[in-house]
Design a protein around this ligand. Structure first.
Ligand code: PMP
Ligand code: GLN
Length: 385
């Protein structure tokens, strides 16, 4: 039978590929972004309790109300603004589902959506499946700053969506308040929505503060803001995220969500709701926690030939291997898995047309011992390279 692929050029994501290669090669995996340390025991206990108490049937489509109320409280604490749990907050299967649903809700066949390269991998396939076309605007290394002139020049009558990710995976840069002002000004008189991927909202370094679209008076009126308890509670496997958007946009998002995942695992939602009630600022130490890990890894690698690039936020640290090799990043990363026994993530798969660069992404959400062993292996490799 002839089968026409809807995504003929798409393979398995670089994260899954590198995690599989790490297993095959017995390598330390500091590629895919997930912690290798346990969640807070109070969170595990809350899940055991939720199951034992019988929260084992379908949760409401929009999310367990206690959890949406906790999210509203959390948002108020972070962004000094009230969001209505009934009409503006939806619990989703990780941030991934929220991103997909938002894109399906906005993008019609023939529409254009702007994303910034290097771009997290979910956006483009979802835009294409909606019948849209991605317009990719580069953030150029080494600084990876936004070029708002270029954004303005790329806007057309068909532009329907701009996807902004801050703190940004994989560049580890953050948008500043001025970037959000520039974005708001660029789309002010146009029918363009914003999809703000803010999963790393609590992981900013060196005293930086997160500029959320939810704290921006103009942008929050036209934005889907997407968050992940996977990142905030060190539980990526729980697959619980949420989307915050004005009621009219949330209505459209829920039309997709109800036929996509319908509702999210009930015991997990109850567990998170209870945990947040008990630990109302569970995320307050995240920046310091990850900054110490960034510093540990970066300090060990500095001078090795795998040079740390300044990182302003996220779970990640970029390194530049240009002093050691001019090989393509995908090939160099494969060499590291085989020879150094360390799995990393090359940057070129995040681009449509990668510029010449020699960057790898390392995940810092790991035990200190894991980071130390990985750094030792990388330094030994670099010394022999
Ligand atoms: N957006 C970005 C920028 C990410 O890095 C990730 C994964 N870490 C996601 C979205 C997906 O989050 P989740 O695991 O909650 O689906
Ligand atoms: N967000 C994770 C990362 O950037 C990957 C999640 C996934 O594998 N889909 O590493």
């Amino acid at each position: 039978m002839r089968f026409d692929s809807k995504l003929p050029d798409v393979g398995t994501t670089i994260f899954s590929v590198m995690s599989r290669r790490a297993l095959e090669e017995g390598a330390l995996n500091i590629g895919q972004g997930f912690p290798d340390y346990p969640v807070d025991p109070r969170l595990s206990q809350a899940l055991i309790d939720a199951v034992a108490e019988g929260h084992n049937q379908y949760a409401p489509m929009e999310g367990v109300v206690e959890l949406r109320e906790q999210i509203a409280r959390k948002l108020h604490g972070s962004y000094a603004r009230d969001f209505d749990p009934q009409t503006e907050i939806t619990v989703t299967c990780g941030a991934t589902e929220a991103l997909y649903d938002s894109i399906q809700a906005v993008v019609h066949a023939g529409d254009e959506a702007i994303i910034f390269d290097p771009a997290y991998d979910v956006y483009e396939p979802a835009i294409r499946l909606a019948g849209g076309r991605c317009v990719r605007i580069p953030l150029t290394p080494p600084a990876f700053r936004f070029d708002w002139d270029r954004v303005r020049a790329a806007l057309t009558d068909r532009t329907r969506l701009i996807v902004i990710n801050s703190p940004q995976n994989p560049s580890c840069t953050v948008a500043e308040a001025g970037d959000l002002d520039a974005l708001a000004a660029a789309i002010r008189d146009r029918p363009i929505s914003v999809l703000a991927d803010e999963v790393y909202e609590h992981v900013l370094f060196d005293g930086r503060r997160h500029a959320s679209v939810l704290a921006h008076a103009e942008l929050r009126e036209r934005s889907f803001a997407v968050f992940s308890f996977g990142k905030t509670l060190h539980a990526t496997g729980w697959r619980v995220g949420y989307c915050v958007a004005p009621a009219s946009m949330t209505r459209e998002l829920r039309k997709i969500h109800q036929f996509n995942t319908f509702s999210i695992a009930a015991p997990l939602q109850h567990a998170i709701a209870r945990y947040l009630a008990r630990c109302p600022d569970a995320w307050s130490g995240l920046s310091a926690f990850f900054q110490a890990k960034r510093d540990l890894l970066a300090n060990r690698l500095r001078g090795s030939g795998l040079e740390p690039v300044p990182a302003a936020g996220t779970y990640f640290q970029l390194v530049d291997y240009g002093a050691l090799s001019a090989a393509l990043d995908v090939d160099f990363a494969d060499r590291l898995i085989r020879q150094a026994k360390v799995a990393t993530i090359p940057l070129s798969p995040f681009y449509a047309a990668p510029p010449p660069m020699t960057l790898l992404r390392l995940c810092i959400a790991k035990r200190d011992e894991t980071l130390e062993s990985a750094a030792d292996r990388l330094c030994r490799f670099a010394a022999g390279a």
